[in-house]
Each structure stands twice: as C-alpha cells, then as structure tokens.
Design a protein around this ligand. Structure first.
Ligand code: AMP
Length: 193
C-alpha cells in the first residue's frame, strides 16, 4: 500500500497534481477541502459548520476533520492506497492519521512537499479565485490568513515526518508536467523501498 501525503501551502498545486497522480498510481484521492466544499454545496450539517471556518480562512476543528477522514478511509479502504491532499494540517491530525491507518495495518509511506514562494502563491490563488469562483481565494486578507495558519499550525508537520525519515521536498515551480515528473520520481523512489 502506498499512502502519500501531498503537502504544501494553499495554491502549491496539490489538487492539480493529485488528479494526475491518482490516475498514474491508481490511488484513492482524499482532499478534505473538496469534501468540505461538497458538503457546503449540499448544505449538510457538516457543510454549514465547515463554512463558518473556511470563509474566514481558519481551519475546521480537528475533531470534526479527523472524524470525517476516519469515515472516508473506512468507506474507501483499498489495496493500493491513498493520496492525502490538504490533510493532515495539524500535528493532532497527523497523529490521528497514524492511528486510523494502523487499524488497517497500514502507515504513511511519505510526505511529499511542494515548495513554492509565497508571492507566487498569492498570484496563483487570486487567479484561481477568478476562474473557479472559490470565495476563500478572492480576498487577499483571507489568503494571507490561510498562509499564517499554514506557517503556524501546518508547517510543523514537515518536522513531524522528517524525524520519522518520511519527508521529501520537491520543487513546486515550473510547468505542471515538470512538477508532475518530479513528484513521480519521488514516489517511485519510496515505492521501491
Ligand atoms: P483546501 O481546499 O485544502 O485549500 O482547503 C480549503 C479550506 O478547507 C481550508 O482553508 C480550511 O478552512 C478547510 N480545510 C481543508 N482541509 C482541512 C484540514 N485538514 N483541517 C482543517 N481544515 C481544513
């Protein structure tokens, strides 16, 4: 089983690259952001709750997110593995993921981090806000808050996986194809271990 965490700040290209990676490796894609947006669209109880945090650029509370992920893994359990996109985002979420995967005698294979400069990210996010209409991508103040949350709460996860020897950094600049090739190289390296 290959369980890859695709890591990186908002706008790093995790969604775009995940779509290609699941096709190549046959993995199941879990984007917590997509699951929240689906629930918001369908006005579920979870969606109403998540929206109040997402609209401010804040994280949805860990208990809510962890519960949702546990449920998703139970429903999508498979032999090949998962790409986690936008999860975990806090150390508590990382610990939860370890616990949940352990129930299936599995573990995180690697965290692969896409590294991109913050100024480039703001430009990409504002463009995405215009083309895809995501409210949290249209307001620079909300975008800056998401970076602050990323730097304060999410980036410590890099060290969490580095100490386990499971952290790989990949250059997130260049064409979509070039970045995809870099990611494949990293994944092929760990899948042969
Ligand atoms: P994303 O599509 O990954 O950029 O996520 C959009 C928003 O959904 C984030 O800014 C958070 O408000 C929320 N969100 C997504 N994933 C998580 C997570 N793992 N933990 C908490 N909040 C999340």
């Amino acid at each position: 089983m290959l369980n890859i965490i695709l890591f990186g700040p908002p706008g790093a290209g995790k969604g775009t690259q995940s779509a290609r990676l699941i096709e190549k490796y046959g993995l199941v894609h879990l984007s917590t952001g997509d699951v929240f947006r689906y629930n918001i669209k369908n006005q579920t109880e979870l969606g109403v709750l998540a929206k109040s945090f997402i609209d401010k650029g804040q994280l949805v509370p860990d208990e809510v997110t962890n519960h949702m992920v546990k449920d998703f893994i139970a429903r999508n359990n498979n032999d090949k593995g998962f790409i986690f996109d936008g999860y975990p985002r806090t150390i508590a979420q990382g610990e939860n993921l370890d616990r949940v995967l352990e129930e299936y005698q599995a573990n995180v294979t690697s965290m692969i981090a896409l590294e991109v400069d913050e100024d480039e990210l703001v430009i990409r996010l504002l463009e995405r806000g215009k083309s895809r209409g995501r409210a949290d991508d249209q307001d620079e103040a909300i975008i800056r808050n998401r970076f602050k949350v990323y730097n304060d709460e999410t980036s410590p996860l890099a060290n969490f996986y580095a100490t386990k020897g499971k952290f790989i950094a990949v250059k997130g600049k260049g064409s979509i194809d070039e970045i995809f090739q870099n990611l494949c190289k990293a994944i092929d390296g760990v899948s042969q271990l």
